[in-house]
Design a protein around this ligand. Structure first.
Ligand SMILES: Cc1cc2nc3c(=O)[nH]c(=O)nc-3n(C[C@H](O)[C@H](O)[C@H](O)COP(=O)(O)OP(=O)(O)OC[C@H]3O[C@@H](n4cnc5c(N)ncnc54)[C@H](O)[C@@H]3O)c2cc1C
Length: 426
């Protein structure tokens, strides 16, 4: 654990990228590419480029009109509510498909609030025989020999962004064809994504595994070839493991009688003694609220962000560089690296305010500083019975009418019920 150090995030972009590389020499991965610039200004630019109508038609294709907004939403550069407002004002009812997808993010988050660390372990009994093998090296390195899977791994390691459909194919390959332990795969995947998020990521892996869905997600060659425009299949010389009927694939993948007992991974978390005798007060800026427009930024308090080694040590460097971009727009915020508790104590902070989070790890550390948790901005402020959080379709039946307006909601509710039919909507 390094001693607390204050960082001076450079304003110049190239300098900033180099600076972060120098400050975090141990973090793995490639530098942030020019396609990705963190921060609210870049988020708003991207938001104004969203084409919701085309998105609704072709979002499952690799070259479809997906928004690439996830890293910005993940870090709070923009909120779901302002994204939905924009989509509605630009596209009216044609924005319904995109708005429903945006609601998936809030849905997973609500599940995280409700279940806490339980989302990091098997949520339900698996519906098929799943494996528990360690994540193999050829997968980690993108050397499986399958051009499609290696292409997706390259996207992940080089860029930190993978299209939703590719995430589904990849997770299905890793879990069902390679019988990998989902938790290990999910942890590795999250650490390399720009949008890495415990709720959206770990629960999606569980959805694919059949641990948080009624059946496993898998696919055939035709599905992948069609939605990738044959990008990887043309010229592929490998005996394709996906080239079979769904029935045969099902028998082949799930014929074994492996153990279907749920596995638990209890978090190891020390109890944090309450800090005493320190009187300073600070706004703790965490990684879900990286926006100068955040209402709490208007408060006249010392504002502190900490790259905590306990959380960020295994994250890819491009993710930290993305966050540095965000922080460069927030000159009022002191940026530190070190252990959160030590940094706050060095700054003589005894009490903090911050935005609420379902992240129990962060909550545990901050519990020692008499925290005031301000509610995060929700897309829709409506009471949802926990039973509805068992499945997205039930959640959407309730919240859809509030988000969309009743007429459009009934249309997409029908669509959400066919999720498992199309199997690409998670
Ligand atoms: C195995 C797996 C792991 C995933 N890990 C993450 C993750 O760590 N962080 C993350 O934000 N998303 C994750 N997703 C969900 C989804 O793949 C990404 O949000 C999406 O691909 C981001 O690209 P986009 O912004 O271009 O999405 P778009 O298709 O343009 O969608 C717009 C926005 O809607 C939200 N959204 C769309 N689909 C989903 C979904 N299925 N679940 C949650 N939100 C959704 C996202 O905020 C996204 O930015 C994962 C999905 C799978 C299958």
């Amino acid at each position: 654990m390094s001693k607390p150090r204050k960082l001076m995030i450079p304003q110049d972009r190239q300098e900033r990228l180099h600076y972060m590389r120098r400050m975090f020499p141990q973090n793995p991965g490639a530098d942030l590419t020019d396609d990705w610039v963190g921060g609210r200004a870049a988020a708003l630019k991207r938001l104004h480029e969203v084409d919701a109508l085309t998105y609704g038609r072709n979002r499952n294709f690799l070259n479809g009109a997906v928004t690439r907004l996830s890293p910005y939403l993940r870090h709070g550069c923009i909120t779901l509510a302002e994204t939905v407002d924009h989509v509605k004002s630009q596209s009216g009812d044609h924005g319904a498909k995109l708005i429903m997808q945006l609601a998936w993010r809030e849905y997973w988050r609500q599940v995280w609030y409700l279940k806490g660390d339980e989302i990091l372990a098997d949520m339900e009994t698996p519906k098929v025989a799943i494996g528990r093998r360690p994540l193999a090296d050829d997968i980690r390195k993108g050397k499986t020999g399958l051009p499609c899977m290696d292409g997706f791994i390259k996207n992940l390691l080089q860029e930190g962004y993978v299209h939703n459909h590719a995430r589904l194919w990849f997770a299905a390959y890793v879990l069902h064809w390679r019988k990998t332990n989902w938790r290990e795969a999910a942890d590795w995947f999250e650490a390399n994504l720009l949008d890495g998020d415990k709720a959206s990521n770990h629960l999606s892996w569980q959805w694919v595994a059949s641990l948080f869905s009624s059946k496993p997600y898998y696919f055939d060659k035709e599905n992948l070839a069609r939605h990738t425009g044959e990008k990887y299949c043309t010229g592929c010389k490998v005996q394709c493991p996906f080239d079979d009927s769904y029935e045969n694939l099902h028998d082949h993948l799930f014929g074994d009688t492996l153990s279907v007992q749920p596995v638990q991974y209890p978090p190891v978390r020390p109890v944090m003694p309450v800090v005493q005798g320190l009187n300073a007060f600070a706004l703790l800026v965490h990684d879900e609220m990286l926006s100068p427009a955040h209402p709490l930024m208007r408060r006249p308090f010392t504002k502190i962000f900490i790259f905590d080694d306990n959380v960020y040590a295994h994250w890819a460097i491009h993710r930290l560089q993305f966050m540095a971009d965000c922080l460069s727009e927030m000159p009022d915020v002191e940026v530190w690296v070190g252990d959160t508790r030590e940094v706050l104590m060095q700054r003589e902070v005894g009490r903090i305010e911050t935005q609420d989070t379902p992240n129990r790890e962060l909550k545990n550390v901050l519990s020692a500083f008499s925290p005031t948790w301000h509610p995060e901005p929700w897309l829709v402020d409506v009471e949802v019975n926990p039973k509805r959080l068992k499945r997205f379709s039930r959640y959407w039946d309730k919240v859809g009418p509030y988000v969309l307006g009743v007429a459009a909601a009934s249309q997409t509710s029908a669509a959400s019920r066919t999720l498992h039919k199309t199997e690409v909507d998670a």
